[in-house]
Design a protein around this ligand. Structure first.
Ligand code: AKG
Length: 261
């Protein structure tokens, strides 16, 4: 049977979705994937880790501890290396949702795997995704799909509601592999406003390019915290590809020099 998330024709989005997204800068879609779909993604992910990672450039795969395969924390641009994840990303309900929320044709930019390994999964510094994107106009969004239960202990994503309406905050280097830039003046007022996005497997959250978010590290000794991140731009957004390439090249050099890559 064709997995449901590949079938973008039968979607009926809640009419409140777009107004909520515009108001809060994020939206939650509980049960976006059903249990059988999550199981399929997890099976394909295991295959990907075993068979596709060894064929990928090293700079696309991040570990909490270099050389320790059990500490896998991030995989970049998964859709470029694998048919299953390409379909999931570009020919699916996820893609249809991106166009629905953006209100215009979309293009898929990045499909990432995020894990926080037990005990050592590092915090995600507060940031705004658009700060990393060199695009004009700034029209883009990020989806985050929980592949297992996520809560305060293993590092739920925390949003600052309404922060997408207040422009970009200053960012600086964090030294964190995978999240190289973070907000430098993040303070108690931000923390007090945070909404912790607890999630069950298959739940989806989506945030705007400007929405401030972060996550704690994984304090659990036994639980992982696995998710997929899907980044879509509006098709009319123009990317400064030279600036992105230069930034990436410098960052990779720095991370190699620091022994993180
Ligand atoms: O997985 C996380 O901790 C955060 C992911 C994130 O910041 C993002 O997808 O923009």
């Amino acid at each position: 049977m064709t997995p449901l998330f590949f079938d973008a024709s039968a979607i009926n989005f809640d009419p409140q979705l777009v107004p909520q997204y515009r108001e809060q800068g994020y939206v939650q879609l509980p049960g976006f994937l059903q249990a059988n779909e999550v199981a399929l993604v997890r099976t394909e992910l295991k295959r990907y880790i075993d068979e596709v990672i060894p064929t990928m450039p090293e700079a696309e795969v991040f570990y909490e501890r270099k050389g320790d395969r059990t500490s896998l924390k991030q995989i970049q641009r998964m859709f470029q290396w694998d048919d299953f994840f390409e379909r999931l990303f570009l020919k699916s309900r996820f893609f249809a949702l991106a166009e629905h929320l953006l209100g215009r044709p979309a293009l898929g930019k990045n499909l990432q795997y995020f894990n926080k390994p037990p005990g050592i999964g590092a915090p995600t510094p507060p940031h705004q995704d658009g700060h990393y994107w060199k695009i004009t106009p700034m029209e883009g969004l990020t989806m985050w799909l929980a592949l297992e239960e996520v809560d305060e202990e293993n590092g739920c994503v925390r949003y600052v509601p309404g922060s997408h309406r207040r422009g970009f905050r200053p960012h600086g280097k964090t030294g964190t592999l995978g999240f190289s830039q973070g907000i430098t003046d993040y303070g108690p007022a931000d923390t007090a406003a945070e909404a912790c996005m607890r999630a069950q497997p298959g739940d989806l959250i989506v945030h705007d390019a400007y929405t401030i978010h972060r996550a704690d590290g994984n304090r659990s000794a036994t639980r992982t915290r696995q998710a997929l991140g899907l980044i879509y731009f509006s098709a009319r957004a123009r990317e400064d590809t030279a600036a992105v390439r230069d930034y990436q090249a410098n960052l990779t050099k720095e991370m190699v020099a620091q022994g993180k890559l």
